[in-house]
Ligand binder design. Sequence first.
Ligand code: FAD
Length: 318
Amino acid sequence: MNVIESIEASKGETLFSFEILPPLKGMSIESLYGAIDPLMEFNPSFINVTYHREEYVYKKMSDGLLKKISTRKRPGTVGICAAIKNKYKVEAVPHLTCGGFTQEETEDALIDLNFLGIDNVLALRGDAIKSEPNFVPDEGGHKHATELVAQIVRMNKGHYLSDELDNAAPTNFCIGVAGYPEKHYESMSMNTDLKYLKQKIDAGAEYIVTQMFFDNKKFFDFQDRCRKMGIKVPIIPGLKPVTIEKHISFLPKTFKVDFPEEFATELEKCKTKEQIRKVGIEWCINQSKELKAAGVPSLHYYTMSQSATTREIISEVF
Ligand code: FAD
């Protein structure tokens, strides 16, 4: 069952799903299984696997000069998705970005996924390369996720890039896209951002997964505004617990999200690592319970491949 089929089959019961990152290049897939195994008893409906584009590193050469090298630190998204389906018999959702791909390469990646029996994809634009200030599409690549959605929809109808292909086999991808309860950082206003979100849905995306947020009110407002604009697809909230001190500055800075005052005040009172972890987990449990009571389609956790905290949270929620 793809993501939409799972949501429909649940008949209004909130599902559990989570996201993992491919391990750093050179690490074995066993490390990832170690993060997935403890969550399997909670029957995840689908597991998302992030995609990490190339970045530049500088290597000092024997002549003292620096050589700029393009490398991908976390390859393996497609292989991991196939391994998840094979080992756990759970739906895998690979993330696919515009950045780092020409349209030809996108088409080939989708053919690989299709041949592996992977029928889900989360279509994203991707961020700028780490050392660069702005997102720049590859030559012949897509500028926005909407264009990627449109390409996948065309393939689902059997239309590949080459006009010469007659009777090409249609793919069958269930397409998700990203949404931002606190607005995407490049958008000049929430309305503008929602207008482009609607374009992604109108292009054929079937559901939305949100950026992490710590204030449920922002999620509910976002959901209301989506509905008022005519966005009718399921909206899946993404959740990330604060568990270490570093998260307190890292998460707002990296994901452009705010902590509500009440949460920030509780965190400020913490004197030890254990207290931060306790406050962060409790906050996420309360967020999860309220969202579940409101009937969200799935609670989707950004595990960052650390399953112990996710396990602690969902055992209180499900
Ligand atoms: P878009 O929908 O293309 O939007 C990007 C910006 O452009 C927005 O400000 C939007 O309002 C604007 N916009 C959209 N369409 C148009 C248009 N036609 N004209 C003008 N402006 C437009 N990144 C990764 O690299 N790998 C991952 O695995 C990954 N997983 C993610 C999972 C989730 C659930 C989320 C929320 C984000 C994820 N990201 C990932 C990050 C994501 O790639 C970035 O947030 C990126 O900056 C935007 O991606 P998008 O798909 O939302 O882009």
